[in-house]
Design a protein around this ligand. Sequence first.
Ligand code: AOF
Ligand code: ZN
Length: 366
Amino acid sequence: MSEERSIHEKYMRLALENARAAKGQTAPNPLVGSVIVNDGRIVGIGAHLKPGEPHAEIHALRMAGEHAKGGTIYVTLEPCSHHGRTGPCAEAVVKAGLARVVVAAPDPNPLVAGRGIKILRDAGIEVIEGVLRGESERLNEVFNRYIVSKRPFVTVKSATTLDGKIATRTSSSRWITSAEAREDVHQLRHESGAILVGVQTILHDDSQLNTRLPNGRNPLRVVLDSTLRIPEDARVVTDGEAPTWIFTGSNADAAKRQRLEAAGVRVIETTGERVDLEQVLDTLGESEISSLLVEGGGQVIASFVEQGLADKLVLYMAPKLVGGKDAPTFIEGLGIADMNDAVGLTGLRVEQLGPDLKFEAYFPKR
Ligand code: AOF
Ligand code: ZN
């Protein structure tokens, strides 16, 4: 690697670290960091912290003030070109007199998509693209899906034993994984716009679906319940910890619906007797929910996988064996017949969390 390239990577890495620090608080906006360097000295650092607030470049430019002139600005995402909740960053960069812009990844937002780079080049600024592009794209995997499809990025999460079981043959499941792995799940919830389960999970566990972390954010809670079987005293109905939306089918009992709504739950009917998952994703996207964590049960996960609606799998595995042909696994449904039809996941990463393993991998692109 050339010396120049390694210097660019060093500052881009710093910009990425700043971007990453705001994880869980920028949705539906991307995570973006920026560093301004002039004469070998860092003169400005910034990150996008919250929708509606200044973009990363603007914070860095404000910090740099006069020292921005003639310098190099590092940005993890192509500077924007549009008038959104804030003004176009590409124009602010031109105005500040920067000599060079180093960008990690393009902005797939149809309102930007190359126009930011064009503004910069048209103004005679040197633009270097693609420095640590892969890292920036992974950091913004949620934004990159949402901004193009207007549907949330769907992560399927489960926790199993080494023989792939989510419970014993008698449905005993507390706890499969260690405290370390369970804390990681709460971090996932903190970073998710919504968390979704089937009514079966509520009936079985009376799950609270909240984030148990200091300073944790609670995601919107979504329950799929085609015939409104949810108990009116379920914790997601009564505890007020976070909003709860129940998606139901077209034949749901009107009186029960009214009682749930009186308790503060939003009940949304989808067409058809069973809940239509695409309508669920569209409705969430319309409300600017950019990420959805699907936590089960096995039938719900099977539906997301079979319909090709899952983007990512996060699987925690504990070094335990349960055995038993009737002990459930995390994907139910009918399953495939021919091994050649198996769902092939890509980009596998494995990490050890205490005694357990965490697997992350991606479903085939739709
Ligand atoms: C940047 N730097 O730090 C961010 C960018 O509603 P607005 O005005 O905040 O615009 C949001 C859009 O701007 C978002 O969809 C994405 O395309 C871009 N985000 N761009 O140059 C930043 N956060
Ligand atoms: Zn911007």
